[in-house]
Ligand binder design. Structure first.
Ligand code: NAP
Length: 299
């Protein structure tokens, strides 16, 4: 349980409502900033204003999926107020307090480093990335259905990358009856993809596989679907790029060739905010219990 823990939660979207629900269930005191426009009551949490004093007794500071932007602004969809996480706030956090977020930009990383405050990026964790790959794959399928006039069943789909997202997506597409080819760079991934019944190929040979496909899903966060690759693709092909911004596709060239290419960031929060929130909430609950227990032992 989190009895006695003082948790400050700043900003976010529907996902944070699941986090608040979980933390109050665990008996933490949750002070929530940026939820003043919410039409329903906040489950057990207390509305708070962004103010330096708030941070002085915090055992944990929870920020949204993307902690802050490059200038410290925290997104808060349930508030019209602009929330900026100022340096002075981080400076007032007790040393045992950690900051938890999905992913942190340099602004937040630098501030935490400067004041010796622990920073936990949930999306870097394998378990969270694997759980998140489920709504991501469903979102990718949704986009494929929206942007094609054929079924996924019977289509030829290329999935580039066999990491946490790529593997889940490949299995989802195969389950729907697609012919799935996976582009990998490692021999062991090639072998595993073969063992699992996919059609593996090496990414360096992508051009040779680009001529016959209906759907191309990219999960590799580097320029991989280049103009040379797109030039080989049939005009019916649709590219859905899941890799973090700016993606791995030459979107300008795809448009020039009349090939539909879509960058699809943040799918879990879009297609399944409740599930995405529960994934963060469950992980946060476990981490906070462990971190606060260790923190108390040290003090
Ligand atoms: P991951 O587990 O690290 O998988 C990435 C894959 O890309 C690995 O198979 C890796 O191969 C491969 N790769 C990386 N660089 C490569 C290169 N230069 N050439 C060939 N292969 C390369 O990452 P993930 O969790 O699946 O996430 C993949 C991307 O999707 C990230 O950018 C992530 O931010 C994004 N993402 C987007 C959404 C969304 O909603 N759109 C949701 C979740 C994640 P090796 O194993 O050989 O390194």
């Amino acid at each position: 349980m989190l009895t006695g823990a003082n948790i400050v939660l700043v900003g976010g979207d529907a996902r944070q409502l699941e986090v608040i629900r979980k933390l109050t269930e665990l008996d933490a005191t949750v002070l929530a900033v940026g939820f003043d426009g919410l039409s329903t009551p906040l489950d057990g949490a207390v509305h708070a204003e962004l103010d330096g004093q708030l941070f002085e007794d915090a055992d944990a500071l929870i920020l949204p999926a993307v902690g802050t932007d490059d200038d410290g602004t925290v997104t808060a969809v349930f508030s019209d107020k602009q929330l900026v996480l100022e340096e002075a706030y981080i400076a007032r956090l007790p040393k045992h307090c950690k900051v938890y977020t999905g992913m942190a930009k340099p602004y937040l990383k630098d501030l935490c480093a400067k004041y010796g405050i622990g920073l936990v990026e949930l999306f870097e964790r394998d378990d969270v990335a694997i759980y998140n790959s489920i709504p991501t794959a469903e979102g990718a399928v949704m986009m494929a259905i929206q942007h094609t006039d054929i079924t996924i069943h019977g289509s030829t789909a290329l999935v580039l990358g066999m990491g946490r997202t790529g593997l889940t997506l490949a299995r989802t597409l195969r389950g729907m009856g697609a012919r799935v080819k996976i582009g990998v760079r490692r021999d062991e991934h090639f072998a595993r993809a073969y063992e699992m019944g996919f059609e593996p190929f090496y990414i360096k040979d992508l051009a040779a596989h680009a001529g016959n496909l209906d759907l191309l899903f990219n999960t590799i966060p580097t320029m991989i679907v280049t103009a040379q690759i797109i030039a080989q693709m049939p005009s019916r092909a649709v590219i859905i790029d899941l890799a973090s911004k700016p993606g791995g596709t030459d979107f300008r060239y795809a448009e020039r060739r009349g090939i539909k290419a879509l960058l699809a960031p943040g799918l879990p929060g879009i297609v399944a905010p409740k599930t995405a929130g529960r994934i963060m909430a469950d992980c946060l609950g476990r981490l906070l219990m462990e971190d606060l227990r260790l923190g108390r032992e040290k003090r």
